[in-house]
Design a protein. Structure first.
Length: 121
């Protein structure tokens, strides 16, 4: 198994948790400084880590996802730029109006934007 280095305290230790697939990420807690960080696997199966302060202070930096349709069931998808966590936020009335205008040539997407005939899990 590869060694990984804690991005906070630079302690390196053996990665002995479940193997993570290529291009996948997992959260790890450093045994030395007790801080959490993100480990991602790459093609050559080395592990890298980056700071994710939000895992330690609980303050994620959510950014709107660029997707089409932008609004699904009146919700805008967001992802934290640090830890990759996803969540939804309520779209504003203005955003929904703008989205419907944007998609005026695609009536089938209006259903998705407004959440009709759409099963959100
Ligand atoms: Zn550490
Ligand atoms: Zn986060």
């Amino acid at each position: 198994m590869e060694d990984i280095e804690c991005p906070y305290c630079k302690e390196s230790f053996e990665y002995d948790s479940d193997p993570i697939g290529q291009d996948e990420e997992t959260e790890i807690e450093c045994y030395a400084c007790d801080k959490s960080f993100v480990v991602s696997a790459h093609w050559d199966v080395t592990y890298s880590s980056r700071k994710a302060d939000c895992l330690n202070d609980g303050c994620c930096t959510f950014k709107d996802l660029c997707r089409t349709p932008f609004i699904i069931a009146k919700k805008v998808g967001q992802m934290c730029s640090q830890c990759g966590k996803e969540k939804d936020r309520d779209a504003t009335v203005e955003e929904i109006k703008a989205e419907l205008e944007q998609l005026k040539d695609y009536p089938s997407l209006h259903k998705i934007t407004l959440g009709r005939d759409y099963n959100h899990d």
